[in-house]
Design a protein around this ligand. Structure first.
Ligand code: UDP
Length: 359
Protein backbone atom coordinates (compact mmCIF):
# COMPACT_ATOMS: atom_id res chain seq x y z
CA UNK A 1 0.00 0.00 0.00
CA UNK A 2 2.84 2.27 1.05
CA UNK A 3 4.93 1.36 -2.00
CA UNK A 4 1.93 1.86 -4.29
CA UNK A 5 1.28 5.28 -2.70
CA UNK A 6 4.95 6.14 -3.10
CA UNK A 7 4.80 5.22 -6.79
CA UNK A 8 1.59 7.14 -7.30
CA UNK A 9 3.09 10.18 -5.63
CA UNK A 10 6.21 9.92 -7.82
CA UNK A 11 4.07 9.66 -10.98
CA UNK A 12 1.99 12.64 -9.92
CA UNK A 13 5.09 14.68 -9.15
CA UNK A 14 6.72 13.77 -12.45
CA UNK A 15 3.55 14.60 -14.36
CA UNK A 16 3.30 17.96 -12.54
CA UNK A 17 6.95 18.67 -13.33
CA UNK A 18 6.48 17.86 -17.00
CA UNK A 19 3.35 20.01 -17.16
CA UNK A 20 5.28 22.85 -15.50
CA UNK A 21 8.13 22.57 -18.01
CA UNK A 22 5.62 22.44 -20.87
CA UNK A 23 3.80 25.55 -19.55
CA UNK A 24 7.05 27.51 -19.23
CA UNK A 25 8.06 26.53 -22.75
CA UNK A 26 4.69 27.53 -24.25
CA UNK A 27 4.48 30.84 -22.38
CA UNK A 28 8.05 31.77 -23.35
CA UNK A 29 7.34 30.94 -26.97
CA UNK A 30 4.15 32.97 -26.82
CA UNK A 31 5.99 35.94 -25.31
CA UNK A 32 8.64 35.66 -27.95
CA UNK A 33 6.04 35.60 -30.73
CA UNK A 34 4.26 38.64 -29.29
CA UNK A 35 7.42 40.68 -28.92
CA UNK A 36 8.62 39.56 -32.33
CA UNK A 37 5.31 40.67 -33.84
CA UNK A 38 5.52 43.98 -32.00
CA UNK A 39 8.98 44.54 -33.37
CA UNK A 40 7.82 43.64 -36.85
CA UNK A 41 4.94 46.11 -36.61
CA UNK A 42 7.26 48.76 -35.27
CA UNK A 43 9.76 48.19 -38.04
CA UNK A 44 7.08 48.21 -40.71
CA UNK A 45 5.51 51.46 -39.63
CA UNK A 46 6.67 54.40 -41.69
CA UNK A 47 6.32 56.53 -38.56
CA UNK A 48 9.22 54.72 -37.01
CA UNK A 49 11.31 54.70 -40.13
CA UNK A 50 10.84 58.40 -40.80
CA UNK A 51 11.50 59.47 -37.26
CA UNK A 52 13.42 56.54 -35.72
CA UNK A 53 11.84 57.22 -32.38
CA UNK A 54 12.75 55.54 -29.12
CA UNK A 55 10.05 55.83 -26.51
CA UNK A 56 11.24 57.43 -23.30
CA UNK A 57 10.01 56.01 -20.06
CA UNK A 58 10.51 58.98 -17.76
CA UNK A 59 6.78 59.80 -17.86
CA UNK A 60 6.22 56.63 -15.85
CA UNK A 61 9.10 57.09 -13.47
CA UNK A 62 8.40 60.08 -11.27
CA UNK A 63 11.05 60.94 -8.72
CA UNK A 64 10.29 63.49 -6.00
CA UNK A 65 13.51 65.30 -5.17
CA UNK A 66 15.14 65.80 -1.78
CA UNK A 67 14.32 69.32 -0.73
CA UNK A 68 17.64 70.07 0.85
CA UNK A 69 20.87 68.24 0.17
CA UNK A 70 22.07 68.70 3.76
CA UNK A 71 19.19 67.42 5.86
CA UNK A 72 17.74 64.87 3.38
CA UNK A 73 14.15 65.90 4.03
CA UNK A 74 11.76 65.45 1.13
CA UNK A 75 9.52 68.16 -0.24
CA UNK A 76 6.72 69.02 2.21
CA UNK A 77 3.23 69.24 0.80
CA UNK A 78 -0.41 68.75 1.76
CA UNK A 79 -1.38 65.15 2.42
CA UNK A 80 -3.20 63.67 -0.57
CA UNK A 81 -6.59 62.02 -0.04
CA UNK A 82 -8.63 59.53 -2.01
CA UNK A 83 -11.87 60.31 -0.21
CA UNK A 84 -11.81 64.10 -0.33
CA UNK A 85 -11.42 66.39 -3.29
CA UNK A 86 -13.44 67.71 -6.18
CA UNK A 87 -16.87 66.15 -6.39
CA UNK A 88 -18.45 68.52 -8.91
CA UNK A 89 -16.51 67.20 -11.91
CA UNK A 90 -15.29 63.89 -13.30
CA UNK A 91 -11.54 63.59 -12.97
CA UNK A 92 -10.89 60.38 -14.86
CA UNK A 93 -12.03 59.05 -18.25
CA UNK A 94 -13.51 55.56 -18.73
CA UNK A 95 -10.09 54.45 -20.03
CA UNK A 96 -8.52 55.81 -16.82
CA UNK A 97 -6.78 58.89 -18.17
CA UNK A 98 -6.74 61.79 -15.71
CA UNK A 99 -8.90 64.79 -16.50
CA UNK A 100 -7.01 67.81 -15.21
CA UNK A 101 -9.01 70.34 -13.20
CA UNK A 102 -7.90 72.95 -10.69
CA UNK A 103 -7.74 71.23 -7.31
CA UNK A 104 -6.74 67.82 -8.67
CA UNK A 105 -2.96 68.33 -8.64
CA UNK A 106 -0.21 69.90 -6.61
CA UNK A 107 1.70 72.36 -8.82
CA UNK A 108 4.72 72.59 -6.51
CA UNK A 109 5.13 68.83 -6.37
CA UNK A 110 4.71 68.45 -10.14
CA UNK A 111 7.18 71.22 -10.91
CA UNK A 112 9.77 69.73 -8.59
CA UNK A 113 9.44 66.31 -10.25
CA UNK A 114 9.69 67.58 -13.82
CA UNK A 115 12.31 70.26 -13.15
CA UNK A 116 14.59 67.49 -11.98
CA UNK A 117 14.15 65.79 -15.32
CA UNK A 118 15.24 69.02 -17.02
CA UNK A 119 12.56 68.54 -19.68
CA UNK A 120 12.27 70.80 -22.67
CA UNK A 121 8.91 71.87 -24.04
CA UNK A 122 8.06 73.25 -27.50
CA UNK A 123 4.94 75.14 -28.47
CA UNK A 124 3.84 75.86 -32.01
CA UNK A 125 1.71 78.81 -32.98
CA UNK A 126 0.64 80.04 -36.41
CA UNK A 127 0.29 83.74 -37.17
CA UNK A 128 -0.49 84.09 -40.86
CA UNK A 129 -2.05 87.18 -42.45
CA UNK A 130 -3.94 89.40 -40.05
CA UNK A 131 -3.60 86.86 -37.22
CA UNK A 132 -0.16 88.36 -36.58
CA UNK A 133 -2.01 90.97 -34.50
CA UNK A 134 -2.65 88.34 -31.78
CA UNK A 135 0.96 87.28 -31.44
CA UNK A 136 2.24 89.91 -28.98
CA UNK A 137 -0.38 89.13 -26.39
CA UNK A 138 0.05 85.42 -26.89
CA UNK A 139 3.82 85.54 -26.41
CA UNK A 140 3.76 87.96 -23.49
CA UNK A 141 1.20 85.96 -21.56
CA UNK A 142 2.95 82.66 -22.42
CA UNK A 143 6.04 84.08 -20.76
CA UNK A 144 4.00 84.73 -17.61
CA UNK A 145 2.10 81.44 -17.41
CA UNK A 146 3.26 78.68 -19.78
CA UNK A 147 5.73 76.27 -18.16
CA UNK A 148 7.35 78.99 -16.09
CA UNK A 149 10.77 77.87 -14.86
CA UNK A 150 11.17 75.29 -17.67
CA UNK A 151 13.08 75.26 -20.94
CA UNK A 152 10.55 76.41 -23.54
CA UNK A 153 10.89 77.13 -27.26
CA UNK A 154 7.93 78.76 -28.97
CA UNK A 155 7.91 78.16 -32.72
CA UNK A 156 6.09 80.94 -34.56
CA UNK A 157 5.05 80.11 -38.12
CA UNK A 158 4.30 83.28 -40.02
CA UNK A 159 4.30 84.87 -43.45
CA UNK A 160 5.60 88.13 -41.87
CA UNK A 161 8.76 87.23 -39.96
CA UNK A 162 9.74 90.88 -39.64
CA UNK A 163 6.55 91.66 -37.76
CA UNK A 164 7.14 89.17 -34.97
CA UNK A 165 7.22 91.27 -31.77
CA UNK A 166 10.28 91.21 -29.54
CA UNK A 167 9.24 89.80 -26.20
CA UNK A 168 11.65 89.62 -23.31
CA UNK A 169 11.99 86.03 -22.19
CA UNK A 170 13.68 84.35 -19.25
CA UNK A 171 16.85 82.29 -19.63
CA UNK A 172 16.26 79.01 -21.40
CA UNK A 173 13.15 80.34 -23.14
CA UNK A 174 13.12 81.47 -26.77
CA UNK A 175 10.90 82.41 -29.68
CA UNK A 176 11.90 80.69 -32.92
CA UNK A 177 10.49 82.15 -36.13
CA UNK A 178 9.75 80.03 -39.18
CA UNK A 179 8.55 81.47 -42.51
CA UNK A 180 5.49 80.02 -44.22
CA UNK A 181 3.68 81.20 -47.35
CA UNK A 182 0.51 83.22 -46.95
CA UNK A 183 -2.75 81.89 -48.26
CA UNK A 184 -6.04 83.36 -49.34
CA UNK A 185 -8.05 80.53 -47.75
CA UNK A 186 -8.16 80.34 -43.94
CA UNK A 187 -9.17 76.70 -44.22
CA UNK A 188 -5.86 75.98 -45.91
CA UNK A 189 -3.83 77.87 -43.30
CA UNK A 190 -5.59 75.96 -40.60
CA UNK A 191 -5.17 72.61 -42.35
CA UNK A 192 -1.50 72.99 -43.26
CA UNK A 193 -0.62 73.21 -39.58
CA UNK A 194 -0.47 69.42 -39.21
CA UNK A 195 2.01 69.12 -42.08
CA UNK A 196 4.26 71.82 -40.63
CA UNK A 197 4.11 70.32 -37.14
CA UNK A 198 5.05 66.91 -38.54
CA UNK A 199 8.02 68.37 -40.44
CA UNK A 200 9.16 70.47 -37.48
CA UNK A 201 9.26 67.39 -35.25
CA UNK A 202 11.12 65.30 -37.82
CA UNK A 203 13.64 67.92 -38.84
CA UNK A 204 14.31 69.90 -35.69
CA UNK A 205 12.83 68.68 -32.45
CA UNK A 206 13.50 64.97 -32.12
CA UNK A 207 16.90 65.29 -30.54
CA UNK A 208 16.26 68.36 -28.40
CA UNK A 209 12.70 68.35 -27.13
CA UNK A 210 10.57 66.14 -24.89
CA UNK A 211 7.05 67.56 -25.21
CA UNK A 212 5.16 69.73 -27.66
CA UNK A 213 1.91 71.71 -27.49
CA UNK A 214 0.18 73.12 -30.57
CA UNK A 215 -1.82 76.23 -29.78
CA UNK A 216 -4.06 78.80 -31.49
CA UNK A 217 -2.58 82.29 -31.67
CA UNK A 218 -5.84 84.17 -31.15
CA UNK A 219 -5.68 83.25 -27.48
CA UNK A 220 -4.13 84.43 -24.24
CA UNK A 221 -2.84 82.78 -21.10
CA UNK A 222 -4.51 83.92 -17.87
CA UNK A 223 -3.29 81.30 -15.42
CA UNK A 224 -0.80 78.52 -14.91
CA UNK A 225 -0.34 75.96 -17.70
CA UNK A 226 2.46 73.71 -16.50
CA UNK A 227 3.75 70.21 -15.83
CA UNK A 228 0.29 68.94 -14.84
CA UNK A 229 -0.52 69.00 -18.57
CA UNK A 230 2.28 66.62 -19.56
CA UNK A 231 1.43 63.24 -20.97
CA UNK A 232 1.81 60.95 -23.97
CA UNK A 233 -1.15 62.18 -25.99
CA UNK A 234 -2.84 65.24 -24.51
CA UNK A 235 -6.23 66.58 -25.59
CA UNK A 236 -8.23 69.58 -24.38
CA UNK A 237 -12.00 69.40 -23.97
CA UNK A 238 -13.73 72.05 -26.07
CA UNK A 239 -15.53 74.57 -23.84
CA UNK A 240 -18.57 74.76 -26.10
CA UNK A 241 -19.92 71.21 -25.99
CA UNK A 242 -19.04 69.41 -22.77
CA UNK A 243 -22.58 69.61 -21.42
CA UNK A 244 -24.04 68.20 -24.67
CA UNK A 245 -24.73 64.64 -25.73
CA UNK A 246 -22.28 63.17 -28.23
CA UNK A 247 -24.82 63.17 -31.06
CA UNK A 248 -24.76 66.98 -30.91
CA UNK A 249 -20.96 67.29 -31.16
CA UNK A 250 -19.87 69.00 -34.40
CA UNK A 251 -17.90 65.97 -35.61
CA UNK A 252 -17.65 65.30 -39.33
CA UNK A 253 -20.85 63.37 -40.07
CA UNK A 254 -20.36 62.37 -43.72
CA UNK A 255 -19.14 58.76 -43.92
CA UNK A 256 -17.18 59.60 -47.08
CA UNK A 257 -14.71 61.61 -45.00
CA UNK A 258 -11.86 59.99 -43.11
CA UNK A 259 -12.81 62.23 -40.18
CA UNK A 260 -16.26 60.61 -39.89
CA UNK A 261 -17.65 59.86 -36.45
CA UNK A 262 -21.08 58.20 -36.20
CA UNK A 263 -23.80 59.77 -33.99
CA UNK A 264 -23.48 57.03 -31.36
CA UNK A 265 -19.66 57.28 -31.27
CA UNK A 266 -17.14 59.69 -29.74
CA UNK A 267 -16.03 60.38 -26.18
CA UNK A 268 -15.65 64.15 -25.91
CA UNK A 269 -15.42 67.00 -28.37
CA UNK A 270 -11.80 68.13 -28.29
CA UNK A 271 -10.30 71.48 -29.36
CA UNK A 272 -8.24 71.88 -32.50
CA UNK A 273 -6.80 75.00 -30.87
CA UNK A 274 -4.79 73.19 -28.21
CA UNK A 275 -3.36 69.69 -28.11
CA UNK A 276 0.02 68.12 -27.44
CA UNK A 277 2.01 65.43 -25.71
CA UNK A 278 5.27 63.64 -26.28
CA UNK A 279 7.02 64.26 -29.59
CA UNK A 280 6.41 60.70 -30.68
CA UNK A 281 2.66 60.83 -30.06
CA UNK A 282 2.15 64.26 -31.59
CA UNK A 283 4.20 63.26 -34.61
CA UNK A 284 1.96 60.26 -35.22
CA UNK A 285 -1.17 62.38 -34.72
CA UNK A 286 0.02 65.14 -37.09
CA UNK A 287 1.13 62.67 -39.70
CA UNK A 288 -2.13 60.70 -39.58
CA UNK A 289 -4.40 63.78 -39.62
CA UNK A 290 -2.43 65.33 -42.47
CA UNK A 291 -2.62 62.14 -44.54
CA UNK A 292 -6.35 61.75 -43.92
CA UNK A 293 -6.95 65.41 -44.72
CA UNK A 294 -4.98 65.14 -47.97
CA UNK A 295 -6.64 61.89 -49.03
CA UNK A 296 -10.04 63.45 -48.37
CA UNK A 297 -9.00 66.42 -50.54
CA UNK A 298 -8.10 64.10 -53.42
CA UNK A 299 -11.67 62.80 -53.23
CA UNK A 300 -13.03 66.35 -53.10
CA UNK A 301 -14.13 66.41 -49.46
CA UNK A 302 -13.08 68.81 -46.69
CA UNK A 303 -14.11 67.89 -43.15
CA UNK A 304 -16.54 70.25 -41.41
CA UNK A 305 -13.92 71.73 -39.06
CA UNK A 306 -10.81 70.84 -41.06
CA UNK A 307 -8.02 69.52 -38.84
CA UNK A 308 -10.17 69.76 -35.71
CA UNK A 309 -12.49 67.14 -37.25
CA UNK A 310 -9.55 64.88 -38.10
CA UNK A 311 -8.10 65.37 -34.63
CA UNK A 312 -11.41 64.35 -33.07
CA UNK A 313 -11.59 61.23 -35.19
CA UNK A 314 -7.97 60.43 -34.24
CA UNK A 315 -8.61 60.86 -30.52
CA UNK A 316 -11.69 58.64 -30.69
CA UNK A 317 -9.53 55.78 -31.93
CA UNK A 318 -6.29 56.72 -30.12
CA UNK A 319 -7.43 57.64 -26.62
CA UNK A 320 -5.55 60.55 -25.06
CA UNK A 321 -3.51 59.56 -22.02
CA UNK A 322 -4.25 62.91 -20.39
CA UNK A 323 -7.33 65.07 -20.89
CA UNK A 324 -7.24 68.76 -19.99
CA UNK A 325 -10.48 70.31 -18.78
CA UNK A 326 -11.91 73.41 -20.54
CA UNK A 327 -9.83 75.51 -18.10
CA UNK A 328 -7.11 74.96 -20.72
CA UNK A 329 -9.03 76.57 -23.57
CA UNK A 330 -11.95 78.73 -22.65
CA UNK A 331 -13.53 81.39 -24.87
CA UNK A 332 -13.55 85.03 -23.77
CA UNK A 333 -17.09 85.58 -25.04
CA UNK A 334 -18.46 82.89 -22.70
CA UNK A 335 -19.15 83.63 -19.06
CA UNK A 336 -17.29 81.30 -16.69
CA UNK A 337 -19.23 78.16 -15.72
CA UNK A 338 -19.36 77.15 -12.05
CA UNK A 339 -17.07 74.16 -12.42
CA UNK A 340 -14.37 76.33 -14.01
CA UNK A 341 -12.39 77.55 -11.01
CA UNK A 342 -9.65 79.09 -13.11
CA UNK A 343 -9.30 80.04 -16.76
CA UNK A 344 -5.76 79.24 -17.85
CA UNK A 345 -5.92 79.87 -21.59
CA UNK A 346 -8.74 81.44 -23.55
CA UNK A 347 -9.61 82.43 -27.11
CA UNK A 348 -9.99 86.19 -27.55
CA UNK A 349 -13.13 87.73 -29.05
CA UNK A 350 -12.59 88.38 -32.75
CA UNK A 351 -14.49 89.47 -35.78
CA UNK A 352 -13.90 86.84 -38.45
CA UNK A 353 -14.86 89.24 -41.26
CA UNK A 354 -11.97 91.54 -40.25
CA UNK A 355 -9.22 88.98 -39.86
CA UNK A 356 -9.82 86.06 -42.20
CA UNK A 357 -8.63 86.30 -45.83
CA UNK A 358 -11.90 84.72 -47.06
CA UNK A 359 -15.35 84.06 -45.62
N1 UDP B 1 -4.70 81.11 -38.66
C1 UDP B 1 -3.84 82.10 -39.13
N2 UDP B 1 -4.28 82.93 -40.12
C2 UDP B 1 -5.54 82.84 -40.65
C3 UDP B 1 -6.40 81.85 -40.16
C4 UDP B 1 -5.95 81.00 -39.15
O1 UDP B 1 -2.71 82.23 -38.68
O2 UDP B 1 -5.88 83.64 -41.54
C5 UDP B 1 -4.21 80.20 -37.59
C6 UDP B 1 -4.15 80.89 -36.24
O3 UDP B 1 -3.09 80.33 -35.48
C7 UDP B 1 -5.46 80.54 -35.61
C8 UDP B 1 -5.67 79.12 -36.12
O4 UDP B 1 -5.11 79.12 -37.44
O5 UDP B 1 -5.40 80.62 -34.21
C9 UDP B 1 -7.12 78.65 -36.15
O6 UDP B 1 -7.90 79.49 -36.94
P1 UDP B 1 -9.19 80.24 -36.38
O7 UDP B 1 -8.86 80.88 -35.08
O8 UDP B 1 -9.73 81.14 -37.44
O9 UDP B 1 -10.17 79.05 -36.15
P2 UDP B 1 -11.31 78.97 -35.04
O10 UDP B 1 -10.63 78.39 -33.86
O11 UDP B 1 -11.81 80.36 -34.79
O12 UDP B 1 -12.31 78.08 -35.68
Amino acid sequence: MHALNGKTVTVILLTALMLGVLYCYISQTFRFVVSFQEEQETDDSSFRSSASVVLKTHVFHLVAPDQNMWDYRHLQYKQPSIVEGRTDVVTVTPWLAPVVWEGTFNPVLLDSIYQQQNISVAATVFAVGKYIMFLKNFLETAEQHFFVGFRVHIYVFTDQPNEVPQVKMADGRKVMVRSVPSSNRWQEISARRMELIQTLIEEELLKTTDYIFCLDVDSKFHGRWGAESLGGLVAVIHPGYYWDSRSKFPYERRPQSRAYVAPEEGDFYYCGGAFGGSLQEVHLLAKTCRLNFENDAVEGIEAAWQEESHLNRYMWINKPSKVLSPEYLWQDFKSRNREIHIIRFSGVVKNYADIRPNV
